[in-house]
Design a binder for this molecule. Structure first.
Ligand code: MRU
Length: 386
């Protein structure tokens, strides 16, 4: 298998993106082919990076940001002029609208590169993109440790029985460079010997839960069960879920959460049945410019085909796509929804836990605008797993 094979138990998490041996191209796992095939794609140009994001070869808010950072570096390797820098920003920002990590990473890269002479931009861009990638790994590990505390507390009530965690979409290692956001506390809990059972919501229409989260949990040996999206209310009502943890694509400064469509219904059901609903995110997912997420966060509209068709393997193991709906029935495909802050029990970030309030989040805000964000992106020394 071409990916890193080091196990997270030894503190070296598997990665979804890495620099190729030539140090001038980037290798990513092709997520459109999982779970049936493990394949990689090499990104050599700006257009390769843009296509990888818009076609969802890579996906998940943090990984979109890191891929975009490398997309800027690939653009600088082709042409390091001011015009090329501006064009690369415009091409990449247009790839997907909801995850704010894309804008965060592009702003960071542009602010770093624009003042440099063009001769120095290529090397500086690759170094900065690598820093953004390493920061992602460090942030997710740090937030995983904070999330581990949350899980440990809830697990005590289970008196040795497995802790039942419901998650939605894929906020796992495949959505990031490593560890994942929602899954980081789960990996760490499992590695620390806390019995855990993850309920994986399939996540129609693209099935990121069924295809990607299930694949990576299986790969790590974490007990899990794939459940139909529509069963979440029932499972919460019957007391079969101890805690819900999801990721986020954009969180506003008051705490509204855009995440994969279906998250909102889970938050409503969790609140109705008194089950804690946590959102795990790096602080680069917070959009400090927005207050009201329900009105302000752009919701990506994707192809009808994701709703009308589904892919899987046939009896011979060949990947086939089949139609689900009658020919001629139109479909609508809103890719995300917004959970209002009042339904969120708390945020799990690399800087600690905080309530889903404006005041709670403000304490996490880096000072000094985008320069502050650049400083905040510097890797810090983090505590070891064990
Ligand atoms: O459309 P996707 O697959 O990019 O959506 C991803 C999600 O909604 C994730 O849950 C979110 O990005 C959090 S990722 C750590």
């Amino acid at each position: 298998m071409p990916e890193s094979t080091k196990s997270p138990q030894h503190g070296e998490p598997k990665r979804s993106l890495w620099l190729a041996k030539d140090r001038r191209s980037v290798v990513v796992l092709d997520q459109t082919r999982l779970p049936h095939r493990v394949a990689t794609v090499t990104l050599r140009t700006l257009q390769d990076a843009a296509r990888a994001i818009s076609d969802m070869i890579v996906r998940g808010a943090p990984l979109i940001g890191v891929t975009a950072a490398y997309g800027m570096a690939l653009a600088m390797a082709e042409d390091a002029s001011d015009a090329s820098l501006g064009r690369a920003y415009d091409v990449l920002i247009a790839t997907r609208p909801t995850a704010v990590n894309l804008r965060w990473a592009l702003d960071l890269m542009r602010a770093h590169l624009a003042p440099l002479p063009s001769a120095g931009r290529r090397d500086a861009a690759f170094l900065m993109a690598a820093e953004v990638a390493e920061e992602d790994v460090a942030c997710n590990h740090a937030l995983g440790l904070h999330g581990l505390n949350v899980l440990q507390r809830i697990a005590r009530r289970r008196k040795g029985e497995p802790l039942r965690v419901l998650t939605h979409c894929n906020a796992g290692r495949l959505a990031t460079v490593a560890w994942g956001t929602a899954t980081a506390p789960m990996y760490l809990a499992h590695d620390h010997g806390i019995p855990i059972h993850v309920l994986v919501s399939e996540t129609r229409p693209r099935n990121q839960g069924a295809s990607l989260t299930a694949w990576e949990l299986l790969d790590h040996g974490i007990p899990h069960t794939v459940v139909a999206d529509n069963s979440a209310g029932h499972l919460l009502q019957r007391g079969l879920v101890d805690v819900v943890i999801v990721g986020a694509d954009r969180v506003t400064r008051r705490g509204d959460v855009a995440n994969k469509v279906g998250t909102y219904l889970k938050a409503l059901a969790a609140r109705a049945h008194g089950v804690p609903f946590h959102v795990a995110l790096p602080t680069s997912t917070i959009d400090w410019t927005l207050e009201d997420g329900v009105r302000g966060i752009p919701i990506e509209q994707r192809s009808q085909r994701e709703v009308t068709h589904v892919a899987g393997t046939d009896a011979r193991g060949r990947v086939v796509e089949v139609r689900l709906t009658p020919e001629g029935s139109p479909a609508r495909n809103d890719a995300f929804d917004v959970t209002p802050f009042g339904l969120v029990t708390g945020f799990i970030t690399e800087r600690g836990l905080c309530p889903a309030t404006r005041e709670g989040l403000r304490r996490l805000q880096p000072r000094g605008g985008s320069a502050g964000l650049a400083r905040a992106a510097r890797p810090r020394k983090l505590p070891a797993t064990k």
